[in-house]
Design a protein around this ligand. Structure first.
Ligand code: GCW
Length: 847
């Protein structure tokens, strides 16, 4: 039986592993073989004809002919069956019977037609970009094995602006980038080799993204110097064949910083002249330049306040310079004071954008677009939709989303963000009948011709673009939603999985299910009921750091104390934030009894004993959701393991490694939050879990040789607030005599993996080495804390009373082989944390 089982496994793991998979092709990985087989099966034509020419059409033809070797390019329409690429006007000339419904702009029409006895597959675009988008859609359908023999589908994008934004710095680093260095810059200039930039543009085009701002919104003014322009021209050139227009983030002080003027006062005529001259220069070299993104008066950036001018003054002067060339100016509404007085119960960062911009409604030039983060704070895992969406009737609006997972696990945790974005987009602002955010940012509600989407993406040089193999689902989903916000999360998850991993129904069903649950799982273990992600606000925004948000001016307060938690944002006695919504939305949030549980602590301050709609107290919810979340993170690992052998080993193991790490880190999060609230509130967990870990042995209570105990800050990020560290060269060791029943166990070792060294650890039983590993990850801290706490699990070890379990640590670099605790659980109870990447048979210790 055993023998048989392993034969099946061997067979399964060999079948699909034909190619080395790096993830570099993203969701465009299907290509040649898959497409070409279906092409033949469906007897699709072997000629492709294009009415019209140009770089973008060339790209479309190249996509088709490189995926289908039998497909030949033909310059004449002829009278045999063909695939035909055409702009609307050309298609209509050729086929007068196509009258109504021709697409315009970036839209396309996939249409089969019989004409003079031949069958044509038409890919008609409102423009060349539309033809390219239609081509990618056609190929995706074939890859998904859908029927393309009879087509009549018109698709038009929801909004004209569908951009990506990179926070890349000229030195090659990326602000909040988690996947390597910049694909655009290195050493202060644009990279010599722009292959990755071109591949990125292809990926963006395939999901309908038509613009990309390539540099950090904390902009280096040098991008506008005349010496830099030739560098930008090179990027625009590699973007152009994909219909992606180059955009730039610019700093308002540029007229001084690189223009040599004495002022950047937007009302100064010389300043206006400088912006005009600068825009003219850019357009002379890059005629399809998209425009600028501006962050001003925010987080220390310069802005119009310096001259007592308004945002409208500042933005209009630049917008007028862009207007004759068709350029757009995206002004970020992320303007707030980060020196708020936290003792002032009326102070509220969430109010800032509305308070600042609402009075300026109607004062902006018509090529200005106000770019509004989805929530009023800052890319949190749970926030209400920003009230500003409903407050700018006379202003163009775009929504800003964040593919880079700054506050949502930094691509080390699996968090599929589409369901969260959909909640934002579907949220009804009730400003004029039914007015969901998606209809406001598509320009429909107030009949604006400019509107749309911009998302911070931050891909890097890592082969798979975003680090976590499953994180690309967010980029894919972003493009799909910007194109059509009515698509469901389920549809997007399954499309992406099919294109990325193939059509095996088990892979598609399991991966989609994991994606669809991942956001709520993350929310469960990182912060309750709209109190925001309880992370280290002043640090890297990664691991837990519950008190970091308080006692400072950043305004991400949750105001948890011994009695209760939450920001009172009511109109009655709170900050008045709720009053920024329409009356119908006010009615949803203001009365405590109406407020939905998931935003309760965003809107109200309540005692821990307050009963939720779901009939449990706030404190019990905090305990339950965090235990549940950590268990669900372990469930993700178990789900993924079912796919072993059904996809390539490269992506299987890379994903498994990350999911196992996540499960271990979810325990760190769980324990930090549960223990902090347990101590603060003094209220017991009804289920008796908080503060009781019977399987856990604290390192500081073990028999130590060379190791010394140390306090960890913040205390809640280490079990018992303490760890041990090895001072000197080591090796140091921590041992414990096993005193439980004979049996098979899993052993988890909780240690800290700092980024300034590589320590080595070994787990031994009765002095026999079981497994050793290196702490060589690059987590965002050089301290023992919630960012660096990591779990290593080894499964199936036979133990009997009296066995000595020992961890040996050897420091490396600045890292003193720190150890938090060891947890010994009966084998097969869910293991959390990193297990070795290979399957190892059970280890028996000598008895
Ligand atoms: O979320 C915050 C980030 C900053 C970022 C800022 C912004 C580019 O922590 O790194 O700065 O938002 O959106 O401007």
């Amino acid at each position: 039986m055993r023998y048989f089982a392993s034969l099946v496994l061997v067979f399964l793991s060999f079948v699909p592993c034909v190619y080395a998979e790096t993830g570099r092709e993203g969701w465009l990985r299907y290509s040649a073989r898959q497409i070409s087989t279906k092409w033949k099966e469906d007897s699709l034509p072997n000629r492709v004809v294009a009415l019209g020419a140009g770089d973008v059409i060339e790209s479309a033809i190249h996509e088709l002919t490189s995926d289908v070797p039998e497909l030949q390019f033909s310059s004449k329409i002829g009278n045999s069956s063909a695939l035909l690429l055409a702009r609307s006007e050309d298609a209509q000339r050729m086929f007068p019977e196509l009258r109504a419904g021709l697409p315009s702009g970036d839209g396309f029409w996939l249409k089969t037609i019989e004409h003079h006895g031949s069958k044509y597959w038409l890919i008609i675009g409102g423009n060349d970009r539309g033809i390219l988008y239609g081509t990618f859609t056609f190929l995706a359908r074939i890859a998904e094995r859908r029927d393309v023999s009879d087509l009549d589908d018109v698709e038009n994008p929801s909004a004209p602006i569908r951009w990506a934004s990179q926070w890349d710095n000229l030195d090659g680093s990326i602000e909040r980038g988690y996947a390597g260095r910049s694909i655009f810059f290195e050493n202060g200039i644009v990279r010599e080799d722009l292959t990755r930039a071109s591949e990125y543009a292809r990926l963006l085009a395939s999901i309908g993204i038509n613009g990309c701002a390539i540099n950090n919104v904390n902009a280096d003014p040098r991008v506008l110097s005349s010496e830099f322009l030739p560098q930008l021209v090179r990027v625009a050139d590699v973007f152009r064949p994909w219909g992606v227009k180059l955009a730039l983030s610019v700093d308002l002080s540029s007229p001084v910083a690189v223009g040599g003027l004495k002022t950047f006062d937007p009302l100064d005529p010389e300043v206006a002249q400088w912006w005009k001259k600068t825009a003219d220069h850019i357009y002379a070299r890059i005629p399809d330049f998209a425009g600028f993104v501006v962050k001003a008066d925010s987080e220390g950036r310069s802005g119009p306040s310096q001259y007592h001018r308004t945002a409208a003054d500042a933005v209009n002067v630049i917008a007028r310079a862009l207007k004759p060339h068709g350029g757009v100016l995206m002004y970020r509404a992320f303007v707030y004071n980060h020196h708020l007085d936290w003792r002032d119960m009326k102070a509220d960062r969430a109010r800032a954008a509305y308070d600042y911009f609402h009075p300026l409604d109607g004062q902006f030039e018509d090529n200005v677009v106000l770019q509004i983060k989805y929530g009023p704070i800052d890319f949190q895992a749970v926030e209400p939709a920003s009230p500003l969406f409903g407050a700018m009737q006379h202003t163009n609006e775009a929504i800003e989303l964040q593919v880079t997972q700054e506050y949502t696990g930094q691509q080390r945790h699996l968090v599929f963000l589409i369901p969260m974005w959909k909640e934002m987009l579907d949220f009804d602002m009730h400003v004029q009948g039914v007015t969901p955010v998606k209809e406001i940012v598509s320009g429909k509600v107030w009949h604006r011709s400019l509107a749309g989407f911009n998302a911070v993406v931050n891909v890097g040089l890592d082969e798979n673009w975003l680090g976590h193999p499953l994180a690309m689902a967010n980029l894919y989903g972003y493009g799909r939603l910007a194109w059509n916000p009515d698509l469901t999360s389920e549809q997007i998850a399954s499309e992406w999985t099919q294109l990325t991993f193939g059509n095996d129904p088990r892979v598609v069903a399991t991966t989609s299910t994991m994606l669809l649950h991942s956001w709520s799982i993350y929310v469960n273990y990182t912060g309750p009921l709209g109190a925001q992600t309880l992370t280290d606000i002043t640090g890297p925004h990664y691991g837990p750091g519950i008190e970091s948000s308080e006692n400072n001016g950043w305004g991400q307060w949750h105001r948890a104390d011994q009695q209760g938690i939450g920001m009172d944002r009511t109109m009655a006695i709170g900050t008045g934030y709720i009053g920024q919504y329409s009356p119908a939305v006010q009615q949803l949030y203001e009365p405590l009894t109406n407020c939905p549980d998931n935003l309760l602590l965003f809107m109200h301050h309540v005692p821990y004993t307050y009963k939720l709609h779901q009939n449990k107290t706030v404190i019990q919810y905090i305990y339950d959701s965090h235990y549940e979340g950590a268990a669900q993170a372990a469930w993700l690992v178990a789900q993924w393991k079912m796919l072993k052998g059904l996809l390539d080993d490269e992506r299987y193991y890379e994903t498994l490694r990350r999911l196992e790490y996540q499960a271990g880190h979810a325990v760190v999060w769980r324990d930090a939050i549960v223990n902090w609230f347990h101590r603060e509130s003094g209220i017991e967990d009804e289920l008796g879990r908080a503060g009781h870990d019977s399987n856990r042995i604290e390192a500081e209570t073990m028999q130590l040789s060379g190791y010394t105990p140390v306090d960890v800050t913040p205390w809640e990020t280490a079990s018992g607030g303490k760890a041990v560290q090895c001072v000197g060269q080591g090796p140091c060791s921590a041992s414990v005599k096993f005193d439980r029943m004979t049996g098979r166990y899993d052993i988890a070792v909780q240690y800290f993996d700092l980024n300034d060294g590589v320590s080595h650890y070994e787990l031994l039983v009765n002095d026999r080495g079981i497994v050793s590993w290196a702490a060589d990850d690059h987590l965002p801290s050089d301290k023992m804390n919630g960012h660096t706490s990591t779990r290593f699990t080894f499964a199936n070890i036979d133990l009997k009373p009296g066995d000595v379990v020992k961890i040996e640590g050897v420091p490396g670099g600045g890292e003193p082989a720190p150890l938090d605790y060891v947890e010994i659980t009966p084998a097969g109870s869910i293991t959390l944390g990193i297990t070795p990447a290979i399957d190892v048979p059970p280890v028996s210790t000598p008895h």
